[in-house]
Design a binder for this molecule. Structure first.
Ligand code: GTB
Length: 227
């Protein structure tokens, strides 16, 4: 598959994604944030779909030591970890990081905050909902994990306040934060923070996000993206 927007890198960018994402095309797997960053940056990219089995085989492990998706290849460069991939895209193309040095540093701090401070409790909470439901201690642990998510969301909600984005303009920090918050889809948690729900909706309304979402959904529908 190949998706085209805006200016073109001289080298082909290839990312990997699930051949069949367990989310059924809801855009919750982490290739969506890389697709979104590439769309914001106006870069063409190709997608190589990998099965769960292939992800653990030598060829893929050479690209990703933990046998996961997404990976990113561009010429001689092979990257894994979505934070590093989005930062690479944001560093080399306009649109995802401000020019002002301090604003740029703040945006990068928010990228780390999204992945290092906000994402872990959200992922832990979500994983328990999927894999631990049959455990005798599920309810008790789940209440604790949900409380940890609320702690972070409450703090983040206070900081975001009425602002549209984390700083003056949309940045890679917002991109990662929105994708992290989207992992709460269906949990009935984010809705308790109207400013955060609106923040996620603002991210999802961006044309670049829509193109990224449609492209990952097309893996399921088998139909080419419409936007
Ligand atoms: N820290 C790494 C990064 O940011 O790149 C984490 C990468 C990662 O967790 N990749 C997952 C993976 O490859 C896919 S995104 N898992 C397979 C494995 O570890 O064997 C996580 C994910 C998977 C599925 C859903 N879903 O179905 O809703 C959501 C998110």
């Amino acid at each position: 598959m190949m998706f085209a927007q805006g200016s073109i890198s001289t080298m082909t960018i290839t990312i990997t994604a699930f051949e069949r994402s367990p989310d059924g095309g809801k855009g919750l797997a982490r290739d969506t944030r890389v697709r979104w960053a590439l769309e914001e940056a106006g870069q063409l990219y190709e997608v190589r779909l990998v099965s769960f089995r292939a992800m653990k085989e030598a060829a893929h492990l050479a690209l990703h030591p933990f046998g996961q998706i997404p990976t990113y290849q561009e010429g001689d460069l092979a990257l894994f970890e979505t934070g590093a991939i989005v930062l690479h895209i944001a560093t080399h193309h306009a649109g995802l990081l401000p020019d002002d040095a301090n604003a740029r540093a703040r945006a990068i701090a928010w990228m780390f905050a999204a992945l290092n401070t906000v994402e872990p409790p959200i992922v832990e909470f979500g994983m328990a909902r999927i894999f631990e439901r049959d455990k005798s201690w599920y309810e008790e642990r789940q209440a604790m994990l949900e409380q940890r998510v609320h702690t972070r969301l409450g703090e983040f909600s206070s900081r975001l306040g009425r602002a549209d984005w984390l700083d003056d303009a949309f940045s890679a920090g917002d991109l990662l934060m929105v994708t992290v918050l989207r992992r709460l889809d269906g949990a009935g948690v984010l809705e308790q923070y109207p400013n955060l729900s609106a923040y996620v909706a603002r991210g999802e309304a961006r044309p670049a996000y829509k193109r990224a979402f449609d492209a990952q959904l097309a893996v399921f529908t088998g139909k080419p993206p419409t936007s």
